[in-house]
Design a protein around this ligand. Sequence first.
Ligand code: AMP
Ligand code: ZN
Length: 111
Amino acid sequence: MSDCLFCKIAAGEIPSNKVYEDDDFFAFHDIHPKAPTHVLVIPKFHLATLADATKEDSALLGQLMDRVRHIADEVLKLDAGYRVIINVREGGGQVVFHIHVHILGGKRLPF
Ligand code: AMP
Ligand code: ZN
């Protein structure tokens, strides 16, 4: 989607602090980290929000969670654990409307 911030980051048109990339997914450090490690994982395919996902997106969402696990465990090495968050729509705190998974770690997180 041409006017989407995260589509542009995934395409390399806007710079980011990249931690992982493959053919279908991209991960980068959040610009306003809420924990010592705060990374966003996005599909290169534009899907605005989890609430818009359909059965056709099931494989994509499964692969997204597999990449989250891989990035947290094997790239970021958050051995002590981490938190995974998807904010959905405005009421859930979503600001950027390209689906993304937050990985937060690097300290013991309060509830
Ligand atoms: P959300 O509130 O779930 O939509 O999260 C959007 C996240 O994107 C926020 O944590 C922002 O700090 C982060 N963010 C916004 N613009 C950028 C950017 N250019 N590079 C990295 N992270 C960004
Ligand atoms: Zn997008």
